[in-house]
Design a protein around this ligand. Structure first.
Ligand SMILES: Cc1ncc(COP(=O)(O)O)c(C=O)c1O
Length: 431
């Protein structure tokens, strides 16, 4: 059980005074349950009260190599000595663009931004400018950041007919934007293809997470999506903010052998610093080129910190490390071991679960039915999920609400301890 020190109690009180809900917005915990992270090293983090956790949250993904990686620290220190940010194109960002283009099958040109939200928002705008159309097709349950276009139809529990208008995840999203979105069922190629056939002439793009949250694509789904979008000349965007440089060096498009027209990156690419990117075919990305397009006809992208050399140095160092032989094999093996152990632990006590995902990110759904899309996931028992998350936390396992991120930092000792915890938690939930 985690302890809370007096110091942390004071911080909690201040947080609830100064931050709405006592939080950055990313995690929500009641005042009596809130805790704050003080530091991280490798696969571990410590809260302000000194409790230690094996970290499967990894900063929601960027810390793939573990916290405070010495080689990333060294690269950042060097970069800092040379100045923090210039607003000007710099040497480091050209190197990173080159590296990204070498790694990613669809990438011929790149624009850097500072967050995955920004990358997705800009990718959609580029597609709208390229296609001279406004509508976007997204998949129910897919997350593409918190812009007005992205922060829709992710968690809602009603089940209207497809395609349905987007349902906002936040107050303040204009109806006019919602009217420009079509929402389709992930992993249902037939329904999706019918929607694209009917609406292709209005569509600027189709955006998809190749692995939607922790739901992997069924065989043929991404391939079919690629075929129909190519046939109808609708740009296909892979949101690789999670999968980029994590599933494989070339991301999900390398792993699944399906090449979209554009892709967005964040998390691993910044080595823990605020850095993200939009990449794509030159024909499309050239709408960002002021020398090729008239003013008013090109996508003007300006960002004070876009491609700043400190974040780029962290990103370049991270890519240099992940590229070393064996990284992806090791991460996939760790993930496979934990996925199997999770399944075994619940099977042994007779609690029906689906362990869903891919080796780099996965979790359980408390249901005896397969989970192929968001609506299947909604049928799972969320009360059990909350109890399981709390039981894990009480035993020093930190993770997202429904996601373990596996990193190159996780050790055999972490895996061993985590497997023991799975068994303890399964026993506790059996009651
Ligand atoms: C698939 C996907 N796209 C976009 C984003 C948004 O990225 P950011 O939080 O950097 O804005 C995330 C963040 O988790 C994500 O998982």
């Amino acid at each position: 059980m985690r302890k809370r020190s007096e110091e942390e109690q004071k911080l909690v009180d201040k947080a609830f005074q100064y931050l709405p809900g006592g939080t950055l917005g990313n995690t929500t915990r009641k005042q009596e349950e809130a805790f704050f992270i003080a530091r991280g090293k490798g696969s571990r983090v410590w809260d302000v009260s000194g409790n230690e956790y094996i970290d499967y949250l990894l900063g929601s993904g960027p810390e793939f190599l573990g916290h405070a990686h010495p080689e990333i620290i060294a690269a950042v220190k060097n970069a800092l000595e040379e100045g923090f940010t210039f607003f000007h194109t710099n040497e480091a960002c050209i190197k990173l663009a080159e590296e990204l283009i070498k790694a990613v099958p669809c990438a011929e040109q790149v624009r850097f931004v500072s967050s995955g939200t920004e990358a997705d928002m800009q990718a959609l705008r580029i597609a709208r400018a390229f296609r001279k159309r406004d509508k976007i097709l997204k998949f129910e349950g897919g997350y593409h950041g918190t812009s007005d276009y992205g922060w829709v139809s992710i968690t809602h529990t009603d089940t209207p007919e497809y395609p349905h208008a987007a349902i906002p995840e936040s107050a303040g999203i204009p109806q006019a934007v919602l009217d420009l979105l079509l929402v389709a069922p992930y992993n249902d190629l037939e329904t999706t293809a019918a929607i694209i056939e009917k609406h292709h002439d209005e569509l600027a793009a189709v955006i998809v997470e190749p692995v939607q949250r922790i739901i992997p694509p069924l065989p043929g789904f991404l391939e079919g999506l690629r075929d129909i979008t190519a046939r109808r000349r609708v740009p296909l965007i892979f949101d690789e903010v999670v999968t980029g440089f994590r599933m494989a060096y070339g991301g999900a498009q390398e792993y699944f052998h399906v090449v979209p027209d554009m892709a967005t990156y964040g998390k691993v690419i910044g080595g823990g610093m605020p850095l993200a990117a939009v990449a794509g075919r030159e024909e499309i990305m050239s709408v960002c080129n002021p020398f090729k397009k008239e003013k008013g006809d090109f996508v003007s992208m300006v960002g004070t910190l876009s491609g700043n050399p400190v974040a780029v140095a962290a990103g370049l160092a991270a890519l240099e490390i992940v590229k070393r032989p064996g990284t992806y094999e090791r991460v996939h093996a760790t993930g496979r071991k934990l996925m199997d152990a999770l399944k075994d632990a619940f099977n042994r006590v007779g609690i029906p679960v689906q362990v869903s995902g891919v080796e780099i990110c996965f979790d359980v759904y408390f249901t005896d039915q397969p989970v192929r899309n968001h609506r299947d996931g909604l049928k799972a028992d969320r009360t059990m999920l909350a109890k399981y998350n709390q039981a894990l936390l009480n035993r020093g396992i930190l993770k997202g609400g429904q996601k373990y991120y596996i990193g190159a930092c996780h050790t055999d000792e972490d895996v061993q301890r985590t497997i023991e915890v799975f068994q303890e938690v399964a026993e506790e939930l059996k009651g």
